[in-house]
Design a protein around this ligand. Structure first.
Ligand SMILES: Cc1cc2nc3c(=O)[nH]c(=O)nc-3n(C[C@H](O)[C@H](O)[C@H](O)COP(=O)(O)O)c2cc1C
Length: 168
């Protein structure tokens, strides 16, 4: 492992391209029993004077069950060569397949939770707030009809960044 701990303030990244275009794996659980899924929605920012990640996970995801049971989760961001692996982790459920085995990604134990050896950036987060989005709170109703007619609602997880690791 050649990860170096970094202060979140020193990271040079564009959150819009990192989340929306590169995507990330959201992982929760111990390395002996974890699940991971691809995400392209979320946020990086500051709340309650803490550096935070916000992730949105539909309650139907297998990863949701892991997030509910653990206080920790990780964000793993990968070099472009792992695009196919991320597409696989975003189109198959851990209920049916072993995503690490199928993609060749290597789960690693980090700060008591799980991330991936092939990542270029890992953020280890501790849940500080979580809430299922509520239909009646949608101000732009279009988003409700566009994204929730067939699929389960998202739960929003805000995690404070405990540690950030970058590959040298
Ligand atoms: C590019 C991409 C981005 C995705 N972003 C999200 C997301 O932000 N939130 C979400 O709930 N699902 C998202 N998904 C869908 C999950 O990754 C997908 O349903 C996955 O198979 C869930 O796996 P699991 O059942 O093992 O948790 C995304 C899928 C892809 C391909």
């Amino acid at each position: 492992m050649s990860f170096t701990a970094k202060k979140p303030e020193t990271l040079t990244l564009n959150p819009f391209t990192m989340i929306g275009k590169e995507w990330f794996l959201l992982t929760s659980g111990a390395v002996s029993n974890y699940n991971t899924m691809t995400c392209s929605w979320g946020g990086l920012g500051v709340l309650w004077n803490q550096n935070v990640v916000t992730a949105y996970v539909r309650t139907s995801r297998h990863t949701f069950d892991y997030l509910e049971k653990s206080n920790l989760f990780t964000i793993s961001v990968f070099p472009e060569q792992y695009r196919k692996a991320l597409a696989y982790c975003g189109s198959h459920s851990g209920r049916e397949v072993d995503k690490a085995k199928e993609t060749g990604l290597t789960p690693i134990s980090i700060d008591g939770t799980t991330a991936f050896e092939e990542a270029k950036l890992i953020l280890v987060c501790e849940k500080v707030y979580a809430q299922i989005l509520e239909e009646e709170k949608f101000i732009l109703k279009e988003n409700l009809t566009d994204f929730y007619q067939k699929d389960a609602m998202h739960k929003m997880y805000i995690g404070r960044i405990l540690n950030a690791y970058e590959k040298d």
